[in-house]
Design a protein around this ligand. Structure first.
Ligand SMILES: Nc1ncnc2c1ncn2[C@@H]1O[C@H](COP(=O)(O)OP(=O)(O)OP(=O)(O)O)[C@@H](O)[C@H]1O
Length: 270
């Protein structure tokens, strides 16, 4: 994949300039739903250009933490938040922050593919148009570039104007990834993004993540420890709303410090 720095299609982009990739900093972050304390004093820095996997047993708060990073928590009824999440040194929970601007920097790939009810072509260009890209030639370039980036171009280049829902589930997930990349985010969040896919499609997405981390920060919630072992640079292990252990994947997997991490990795609970 060519550098997105030399390939920015959006107007007024910053990629023509010298670009320092930023990290996501989560500081003293707490989240309550009604009276339940769901995320407890979360402190972590998530680096760019790496894959960070969030692991832990069911209900420990992995998805809620992921949603907090691009403020999808806004949709939760009776939610209360304290602390900060800094994206490019901007506090995304500041009341003056513009949320569309934050979500452009941080794309989310859900568990199941969610193509928009329109053509393959329009799925890719939808976000770009919102961000001000105009002109057929430019949009054609964007469609080709990002479909190539996710390895779909050769498969579907002759049916760009047919409905996205006619694609297989694995192709739809790659289309959704291409749609997310087309608005030039810095980070990609994935919530169990391969769990609905067959093994071949799942493997294709994993390989894509490994390729994409050269240019993006990637944060993945996964239940599949073998997947985290295969692709994670860093691991965050959560238990009952807290981060119990975090660090380089090799270190956490080979030499877990906390007894809960040891038990979880040994399969004592899931
Ligand atoms: N909208 C909501 N309303 C009420 N409780 C919620 C809501 N969303 C999450 N929770 C609760 O927050 C806790 C953490 O849920 P979350 O989905 O983040 O966990 P998880 O680790 O991703 O679980 P799983 O691995 O099963 O997907 C759970 O107790 C869940 O019931």
């Amino acid at each position: 994949m060519k550098s997105k720095i030399s390939q920015s299609f959006l107007p007024n982009n910053k990629f023509g300039e010298i670009h320092n990739p930023f990290s996501i900093k989560i500081k003293n972050f707490n989240l309550y739903i009604k009276d339940q304390h769901i995320l407890k004093d979360i402190n972590v820095e998530i680096p760019n250009r790496k894959i960070t996997c969030i692991i832990g047993p069911s209900g420990c708060g992995k998805t809620t933490l992921l949603k907090s990073i691009n403020r999808l928590t806004d949709t939760i009824y009776k939610v209360k938040i304290t602390g900060n999440i800094l994206v490019d040194n901007e506090d995304i929970y500041d009341k003056n922050v513009e949320i569309t601007h934050i979500r452009k920097k941080i794309g989310l790939l859900s568990q199941r593919p969610t193509p928009l009810p329109m053509s393959i072509y329009d799925n890719i260009t939808y976000g770009c148009k919102i961000h001000g890209v105009r002109g057929r030639k430019k949009l054609d370039q964007i469609v080709e570039y990002y479909l190539k980036a996710v390895g779909l171009w050769e498969e579907i280049k002759n049916r760009l104007h047919t409905s996205a829902s006619s694609l297989s589930i694995g192709q739809q997930q790659r289309l959704c990834l291409a749609r997310g990349l087309a608005v030039e985010p810095e980070f990609i969040l994935g919530d169990e993004s391969t769990s609905a896919l067959d093994p071949i499609s799942s493997n294709t997405i994993e390989k894509l993540f490994l390729d994409l981390k050269k240019e993006y920060g990637i944060v993945l919630v996964t239940h599949t420890l073998t997947q985290a072992l295969r692709i994670a640079d860093n691991v965050i292990f959560m238990y009952l709303g807290e981060i119990v252990e975090q660090g380089e994947a090799q270190e956490v997997f080979n030499n877990p410090k906390n007894v809960l991490t040891q038990k979880y990795l040994s399969g004592a609970f899931s």
